[in-house]
Design a protein around this ligand. Structure first.
Ligand code: SF4
Length: 98
């Protein structure tokens, strides 16, 4: 009986961990991909958007099209992708903020 309880405890623990990781991943992604329209998803793909810029000096936070409400926002609308993007993201339309 004790091993059954332990197995159940481990199963619930793993499920809870998976939910926490999924939630953190959704936050890291800034926006739930399932909530984006097909055209927005296509635009993100065609412009090779990624949540993590390969070159930190060309991250969305320093792009002219990134429009945070306040300085330091980790997620803000992008005028090109017409959807929220991560401050640490990047796409091929990156343009240095002047
Ligand atoms: S245009 Fe590209 S690099 Fe610039 S904010 Fe939008 S997604 Fe980021």
């Amino acid at each position: 009986m004790a091993s059954c309880d332990r197995r159940r405890f481990i199963t619930y623990g793993l499920r809870a961990s998976a939910l926490i990781l999924a939630s953190a991943s959704a936050r890291a992604a800034c926006v739930d991909p399932d909530e984006m329209s097909g055209s927005v998803q296509s635009m993100r793909e065609s412009l090779e958007y990624t949540d993590s810029a390969p070159d930190a000096s060309q991250a969305c936070r320093d792009c002219a099209y990134f429009k945070p409400v306040k300085t330091g926002d980790s997620c803000a609308p992008c005028e090109v992708l017409t959807s929220p993007v991560s401050a640490s993201g990047h796409c091929v339309s990156w343009t240095k903020r002047s």
